[in-house]
Design a protein around this ligand. Sequence first.
Ligand code: SAM
Length: 289
Amino acid sequence: MNYRHGYHAGNFADVLKHAALCELVRLLSSKDKKLFVLDTHAGAGGYDLGGELAARTGEAEAGIARLAAAPRDGMPAAVVRYLDAVTAYDRKFGPAVAGGGPRRYPGSPRLIRAALRPGDRFVACELHPGDALALKREFAGDRAVEVRQADGYHVLKAVLPPVERRGLVLIDPPFEAADEFERLARAVRHGLRRFATGCYAIWYPIKDEAASAAFVAELKAPRLLVMKLRVGGETGTGKLAACGLAVINPPWRFEEAMAEALPWIATALGGRASVVASPASAPAPASPS
Ligand SMILES: C[S@@+](CC[C@H](N)C(=O)[O-])C[C@H]1O[C@@H](n2cnc3c(N)ncnc32)[C@H](O)[C@@H]1O
């Protein structure tokens, strides 16, 4: 396990994933019913963008720093909410740096936790011993969060369906293993068999369009929304230039919010984006589910 998310925190891929994640948790918790959230690959929880790992790649500069510097005039509401969540986390560590983006960046567990209500439940899994320890420290004493140093795919099998019967599963693997796409698709199919009404958000890299399209087809989900963000050309420079987020069973109004937010984000980051409901997708329910 060589992957450390600290090298990539706040990059364009995090911006897509985290803007969507904030919106998912917000919409799913807008109903007066308890919510369960599982983050299968949670990372360290929070990242120092001025620290050694982030400084080595500088990826956040083309991601969250660029978005944070964009004028708020005309900014879609979902983007404002995401930036507010990032700022709220950053402010815990000190005042804003004049003219700069955030110094501390929240990972998915922090963004999820910030949106939970009393009584909601959150399980965060991280396998890397160092990052799992950091994650445990991040949530020490917080009884709403259960941090497990465990394989997120195994935990997914163990905890679904949740007693709440209303849940979000974020699956965000590092794609170090050659068979990650297969493993991920198997985990999603297994999850859907056990918890068909759950909302699943699945992040994936796009290095080869045909391979990633084949992966999305493998998910075989009746209600699927696929969002893609590309910030570089199609021909490989070795650096990740495009990624996707597939959302199964998106909540009411999610597609609308992302269709407004994502093109705006893409423009701010100098890239391009798409939001497409899968052709096989049944129409979204006309009223909140
Ligand atoms: C892309 S990062 C997660 C980033 C995080 N979800 C976020 O958005 O802030 C993937 C993480 O999964 C961890 N990991 C790798 N294999 C795992 C597994 N089988 N189960 C749980 N975590 C795993 C890695 O150590 C890494 O921290």
